[in-house]
Design a protein around this ligand. Sequence first.
Ligand code: TXA
Ligand code: MG
Length: 308
Amino acid sequence: MSGKYATETLQANEGGIARAAELLRDGGLVAVPTETVYGLAARADSDAAVARIYEAKGRPSFNPLIVHVASVEEARRIAEFSPEAEALAAAHWPGPLTLVLPRRRDASLASAVTAGLETVALRMPNHPIMQEILAKSGVPLAAPSANRSGFISPTSAAHVLASLEGRIDAVIDGGNCDAGLESTIVAVRATGEVEQLRPGPIAIASRAANRGIEAPGQLASHYAPGKPVRLEVIKAVEDEFYIGFGEVSGDCSLSSTGDLGEAASRLYACLHLAAASDRPRVAVAPIPDEGIGKAINDRLRRAATPPD
Ligand code: TXA
Ligand code: MG
């Protein structure tokens, strides 16, 4: 493979985790499994390490990163926790919920992590491998999804290598991600108000965000397979790769039993297959817009929007 770095594939065992932690402490870039999608981790307190994340992903520097922590105590050293934020963390951490909170001025964070915002996005993941990596590296880890900016998110080590091999130091192979969709993001305002910035695996009662594009992952075009995508298709045409659901089996089924949780966990794998197929276009069967189906449809709408 071409690229600047010889990317190591590490096993999810003691040796692999120790190597990942060593690379991270030294300012390296390691793709790590989480319960949502694979993240591209670097130490959050190092300007040089965080700069490498943006470079490897080709990510615009105005798009801030999520900081992953080993504990609520660690999170409290980075951001101001209001009673509302404390309650959300107590209810959902560790887990697929990201809290956008006012950052503490004395937090030791590379400035690129927050892209100059007064707030910081924090998450305590519940994946055992990621938790061990956080514990062993001993520092909070900034980690966006481990894909080239704008493309499909990775839910396996193979997906990570397909877009980042040669651009990162290592990937830990932790198998397929359970949830398969990125964390729910909510901002907790000084007033205690909770606004959802991105739908995801955890449903939170909130006002919808109305402050424009505050989480740039919410840009209209994202998660894109690089070819036209048609949604809510009952009957695909011949040159389309058809992603099915329920009764519709298609070329790749999200869930033959019509299970939305299974569909969420398989969404990106099907989009990766669609991207790799020799068919020039993609069609997707209708997905019920309820529960996690809302987050699936959110990602599909962005995948179907052509880039500017
Ligand atoms: O499940 C996840 O959240 C995965 C795993 C690896 O943890 N990470 C992930 O990161 O999805 P990323 O970079 O692909 O998406 C993070 C989103 C972006 O849309 C970013 O704009 C938003 O979080 N974000 C980060 N910091 C923010 C802040 N201070 N205010 C508003 N949005 C923020
Ligand atoms: Mg992403």
